[in-house]
Design a protein around this ligand. Structure first.
Ligand code: SF4
Ligand code: SF4
Ligand code: SF4
Length: 368
């Protein structure tokens, strides 16, 4: 008899993934106090924090620990708090739908805001740091990271997702042409199909790795991916320093052929890169560096982190221009967005000038 140890992380991961998938595929109802209640509704709310704590306890790389903390914080900010504050958001066809799904529904207010964010920050804005699916996959499904299918053969599968993207954008055009009927005639079935694919994809994670749907099947991965190419985001490479050790590729959960990209283009500019930063952190020769809007619009008085918070946070609040017309908060959010974009805050500039004026000249003691 072999002395095989039970891999508890994988066992709990399988149970978590089945429970998560069941919330859509097979809702379980029980009678509580005379009311039918779905006991497996929104399991993300407790599964993500539970598996997130496990991830924080086991993750060694400081950058990834920071990323997990941000993911958990953003999950509660965007997908619990905001979802409860604004349960419905408008679409270009004049309808409203639930906020929870709206980022991933073409033509919604959050969808357009996300397009802008991805253009400036790359897929980090959604797929790397801030999407219910990445939270699920990088916490509940993470134990199966080592099952990720890599290599030339699997890299070709990335093209499948263009089919979904074409259908989704085809629907967007239909929505504009026939807003009264597009959703009933096509949109409802389309979203139902995407949701089936999305939830079923959790069940294949043990065989394909945790990001397989993001790599091959997600229409939004394709849409944001186009902006990865057209926008400001890329990972620059100092090809001269590369020793071809392959550590970066071993770390990449999206199966990006990093070394080929470095030698052919001198950078990682790919529709697949979701900006997790694993390759950047693991490289022993510091070959790779992130590049985005901050390298184009140089900062005057804001740190990179503050710029990102202002850009993304300001953009989110700017949505109030549409949600609450007449309210000044949306315009304040827009102003915040621009301070992040240009790395310049007028308030800080004024405070800085005042502080400089009242500060005693260097070299003079207080008693002088
Ligand atoms: S690729 Fe799709 S499923 Fe994956 S994190 Fe991005 S939006 Fe979510
Ligand atoms: S290329 Fe680097 S940053 Fe992009 S997904 Fe792969 S490991 Fe993450
Ligand atoms: S980890 Fe760095 S040195 Fe090694 S192959 Fe990747 S880029 Fe080159």
């Amino acid at each position: 008899m072999g002395n095989k140890k039970i891999n508890w992380a994988k066992l709990f991961s399988i149970l978590g993934l089945i429970w998560l998938a069941s919330s859509f595929i097979h809702p379980l109802h029980v009678s509580l106090g005379g009311k039918m209640v779905q006991i497996n509704a929104y399991p993300e709310i407790y599964l993500i924090p539970l598996f997130g704590i496990w991830r924080l306890r086991t993750e060694k790389q400081p950058y990834q620990r920071t990323r997990i903390k941000w993911m958990m914080g953003l999950f509660f900010l965007y997908w619990v708090l905001l979802f409860n504050l604004y349960p419905q958001v408008p679409f270009v066809d004049g309808t409203t739908h639930t906020t929870y799904l709206a980022v991933h529904m073409v033509g919604s207010l959050p969808f357009f805001l996300m397009l802008i964010a991805v253009a400036f920050m790359g897929k980090r804005a959604d797929c790397g740091w801030n999407c219910p699916c990445v939270f699920d996959r990088e916490t509940i499904g993470f134990a199966f990271r080592d099952a990720t299918l890599k290599g030339d053969f699997w890299w070709r599968f990335r093209h499948i997702k263009w089919i979904g993207m074409i259908i989704v954008w085809g629907y967007f055009i239909y929505m504009l042409l026939d807003p009264a009927h597009a959703y009933q005639r096509f949109g409802e079935t389309m979203y139902e199909t995407i949701l089936w694919a999305y939830y079923l994809s959790f069940l294949i994670i043990p065989f394909t790795g945790h990001r397989s749907f993001c790599r091959w099947g997600c229409p939004w991965a394709a849409t944001w991916g186009v902006l990865n190419l057209a926008g400001f985001y890329k990972i620059k490479a100092d090809a001269e320093k590369c020793i071809d050790c392959g550590l970066c590729e071993r770390e990449c959960d999206m199966g990006v052929p990093i070394r080929n990209l470095i030698s052919e283009k001198g950078m990682i500019r790919s529709t697949e890169c979701m900006g997790c930063g694993r390759c950047v952190q693991v490289c022993p020769k510091e070959v790779l560096t992130f590049h985005d809007y901050k390298d184009v619009f140089k900062s005057r008085n804001l740190s990179p982190l503050e710029r990102n918070i202002r850009l993304a946070g300001g953009l989110t609040v700017a949505g109030l221009i549409v949600l609450e017309p007449g309210s000044p908060w949306g315009y304040l959010g827009l102003a915040f967005f621009f301070t992040g974009l240009f790395g310049f805050c007028p308030t800080y500039a004024v405070i800085g000038t005042v502080v400089k004026k009242v500060k005693p000249p260097a070299g003079r003691s207080k008693d002088q």
